[in-house]
Design a protein. Structure first.
Length: 281
């Protein structure tokens, strides 16, 4: 029987894997579908109709009300903070990874270990010192106050990922560039930075997704509604629309859409980058 199953191309794996994939697809998409459905309902429908009932009409009034408020200000602040933070994270971690991976200097191994150890430090224990530092620098209650903490807490894992990539760049390329008269800085920009493209994409997308959802630092380091980022929109709109569940879920949907779009576009780069790093390492 087993031989007959192999001849026909049937195997348990060919059945189990698709079933598990469909199950995981349902687990991940049903909550979002539920949120979108609820956001299209009127306030009266949420109390009268069953929870999973479809909206009686394609009602966009909740979205219109949210967009007329301060939602776009939150979105603007998030785009500014995340864009600047991700660019700085990629540049700083790439240069640090190059130095740790290819430049020979005393205590390079100890320094790499110290950086990696930063991954196990609970980030929230730094809230008080970061808050005091932000106040003393005059950056409190500005979007710029979030950039420093975001970059700092993202560097350890970013440097760890990129160091493994840059260690696998062939030495022959580096030696050829040095023979042509390139210095270490030019070697980095001309060879290591372009060849680390999969790792750089992984670092950028991973950190962008993580920082987009960051709440605690944004809550502690900002206080004015026009200076806060998108994760705090749900918090603030919850008070404004305390009894209007569809409006709150409209905020949740709008906050999630940019993240979903970016991840849908960049998920292949994340997977390829992680696979490349694991194969090379």
């Amino acid at each position: 029987m087993a031989k007959a199953a192999r001849k026909s191309g049937f195997s348990v794996k060919s059945v189990v894997i698709p079933v598990l994939g469909l199950f995981w697809l349902a687990v991940t998409t049903l909550p979002f579908i539920f949120v979108v459905m609820m956001s299209l309902k009127t306030q009266n429908e949420t109390y009268v109709n069953p929870v999973w009932a479809l909206p009686e009409s394609f009602n966009l009034s909740n979205y219109i009300d949210v967009l007329k408020g301060s939602f776009l200000i939150y979105l603007r602040n998030s785009l500014f903070v995340i864009s600047v933070s991700v660019v700085l994270i990629v540049l700083i971690s790439a240069m640090a990874a190059y130095a740790l991976a290819r430049l020979r200097f005393r205590l390079s191994g100890a320094l790499f270990g110290l950086i990696v150890a930063g991954m196990i430090v609970p980030l929230h224990v730094t809230l008080v010192p970061v808050y005091l530092m932000t106040k003393s620098m005059g950056l409190y209650d500005t979007p710029a106050a979030l950039i420093g903490p975001y970059v700092a807490m993202s560097l350890p894992i970013s440097i760890f990922i990129l160091t493994e990539f840059m260690r696998q760049v062939p030495k022959e390329l580096e030696e050829a560039a040095l023979l042509d008269g390139c210095g270490p800085f030019k070697v980095f920009w001309k060879i290591f930075f372009p060849l680390s493209g999969p790792g750089l994409s992984t670092v950028a997308i991973y950190n962008g997704i993580m920082l987009w959802n960051e709440f605690v630092f944004a809550y502690v380091l900002t206080s004015s509604p026009d200076k806060r980022t998108l994760p705090l929109a749900v918090w603030d709109f919850q008070g404004q629309y305390a009894s209007n569940i569809p409006a709150i879920l409209a905020v949740v949907t709008l906050s999630s859409l940019p993240l979903i779009i970016v991840y849908a576009i960049g998920q292949e780069k994340i997977v390829n980058g992680m696979m490349a790093g694991s194969l090379k390492g």
